[in-house]
Design a protein around this ligand. Sequence first.
Ligand SMILES: *Cc1c(COP(=O)(O)O)cnc(C)c1O
Length: 377
Amino acid sequence: MGRQRIYLSSPTMHGEEQEFIKEAFDTNWVAPLGPNVDALEKEMAAYAGVGHASALSAGTAAIHLALRILGIEEGDIVMTPSLTFSATCNPILYEKATPVFIDSEWDTWNMSPEALERAFEKYGTPKAVMVVHLYGTPAKLDEIMEICKKHDVPLIEDAAESLSSTYKGKHTGTFGKIGIYSFNGNKIITTSGGGMLVSDEEELTKKATFLATQARDPARHYQHSQIGYNYRMSNITAGIGRGQLLHLEEHKAAKKKIYEQYQAAFQDIPELSMNPLNKDGDANNWLSCILIKEDCKITPDIIMDALQELNIESRPIWKPMHLQPVFEKYDFVTADGSDHSVSAEIFNRGLCLPSDIKNTEEDMEVIIKTVRKCFGK
Ligand SMILES: *Cc1c(COP(=O)(O)O)cnc(C)c1O
């Protein structure tokens, strides 16, 4: 075949990353913390337009600390979308709290405000609501925030997939009381692994940093009055992040181009549509996805197999949490109270296409041709 594998979304490095790392080596700032960590926090906060940031070892660690900071405890209810990656809700279980899974709506594939409202009616006021901006498309933040405000419930924003996406001109991750970003390997920028917790309240990011460094009380000896974690980002990792951040907008533009190319190429296939973009937002198009019309005999599996045959990576839509064996005992709430689940339908009929910004024009052509062929085009 000769051609290299075409990836879903792999790291794209530029060179500046190594300069920041070299500086860290040259000054022996290899051990945790140091100037790159401080600088990345400042640069990220300035980029997103948020007050403060705490650099952490993973997006999952940031979600866990967000829950800890908000005082989530055993039995507390946290409402979260069902259609997401498991890392959104695993930390709820770390704290033995109770997730209530909320169905998606069709306009953005994100948490349905109507279903959220129904969950509030059913359960009363939860301890927190966690929204996700799936595949980079901003959720219906106005509607969701209004519900949270009315009931005085803190909102956590899992913006792991949506760094650089905006809603009404403001960055996702900066609407909630706490926002989190991920720099995992396949995200829009990567530090090989890492995350960030952001907030306009300095007290909260300071608390995150404190808990992330073993919750050591101010004393000469090692004194602890709370359970801590080893969740801090290292100075080397932060150096990669500083180099990547310089290219974030460029990555966003390249992702948008991929989405638009797919959209144009599939326009004459009535059985296909692209994943939705929020009309009130500007998405980062982290992953471009397709949705196949109901009752079409072409399934996502057929397309995945056809791509795989040519060594092209694609990925199913996240399997909803309420359908996962590990979460099946927790409740799932739909907008109309019926068993009909939008998130399950998106899972059954959707597929994530290669969205790697290093893909060449020829790569895009092969992908597009292969998908079109599945529909007899
Ligand atoms: C990637 C991801 C996370 C987890 O981030 P890590 O940095 O991998 O821990 C959380 N939520 C969503 C929606 C993600 O896609």
